[in-house]
Design a protein around this ligand. Sequence first.
Ligand SMILES: Cc1ncc(COP(=O)(O)O)c(C=O)c1O
Length: 469
Amino acid sequence: MALHKGPAKHDERTLSVNPFFGEANPVGGMTEAPPTHRLPDAPLPPSTAYQLVHDELMLDGNSRLNLATFVTTWMEPQAGVLMAECRDKNMIDKDEYPRTAELERRSVAMLADLWNAPDPSAAVGCSTTGSSEACMLAGMALKRRWATRNTDRYPGGARPNLVMGVNVQVCWEKFCNFWEVEARLVPMEGDRFHLDPRAAAELCDENTIGVVAVLGSTFDGSYEPVADLCAALDALQERTGLDIPVHVDGASGGMIAPFLDEDLVWDFRLPRVASINTSGHKYGLVYPGVGWALWRDREALPEELVFRVNYLGGDMPTFALNFSRPGAQVVAQYYTFLRLGRDGYRAVQQASRDVATGLAGRIAALGDFRLLTRGDELPVFAFTTADHVTSYDVFDVSRRLRESGWLVPAYTFPANREDLSVLRVVCRNGFSHDLADLFLADLERLLPGLRRQPHPLTRDKETATGFHH
Ligand SMILES: Cc1ncc(COP(=O)(O)O)c(C=O)c1O
């Protein structure tokens, strides 16, 4: 969460209460002026408090027009009802809420099957708050396995490292920082915007706890070549004896590839893949607050990391950073699994991919832009301005699209492609062909004005965009 500061000195702001809010007595409303940065002395009627908070939140963006986020912004009313029914349930109280615990267990079993665990009954997994927590847990397991194998050298000087593409999501930088692991990053090169298997294998040594492969990249939606990476690590093992496990960060792709790319081998079918995560709240199609981490078998998740909580007179193993956590999202995930099944997921994800590839093609046809990806892996595509466009840049496009309510992030790529700045569009369930038409019409309408600019106009490029990789 953001680290906020206390109130600024002398911030004596108060909220003004409309007389109409004063329930039975309109004058009551006129006399209230609750402070904004101090706990008010007196209570307010609930309708007044509700209205004040509601009105302030009207200024938040419209989440459905947010093409920056991967997170689900639409669910069916029935899912909303179930979530409301479960909002008082604490996920950790397995003994008090055994049915919620059971739905979590079933969801893990479904994912183990979906991701082709060789023996789904041997796979272990848990729900998390999202992929970031799932990645932390997977990274911790990798680190502990390495530490156990290297007790003679660690902590006596050996420093563990994790190999990954420079395009990894920020959660991996956090993992390395928090758990004191060196991040070994494979840079981008030319038109390769994600991990190169050979370069990754070359960065591995006896202190490598694992290699992370991303399905698909947050930067451009492309899938990293997981099978080729495993092959490169097999070859490394033959040459050097080093046996390096792979974690697949399937935050988004873990819920796309099983339905749309069934022939792509990226999951537990590859013996080197030790663990996989996904965000239930991305293409798992659940509102924010749920992720999943799975290990292929008990060996991949060291037993000493597991805690036990009371469950129906016995004990249930748990692995999490949090203790208390809402149960509603897990219930919503199970509901969505049950509701859609494989065919339903396939249809929904195919619709998002169709919107993405269709929109990408039409943006390319405008002539001003060059596509980096086409939305045919994740339903996500990145594009930049064509070489002949000099009067505006991607930051101008991002800024101007906000005028129509669209949030489309613009950002600069990392090493070695810092010269390249792009726009990225995430097509999610609910971003329909109709909305895509409206988006394209808005983009087209901006172009004449942008072309007339003397030069790119966005000065503060950092704040112009909503990109948080
Ligand atoms: C590849 C990848 N990994 C991890 C994350 C973090 O996921 P979450 O937001 O669920 O914590 C993201 C989020 O965009 C991602 O794209």
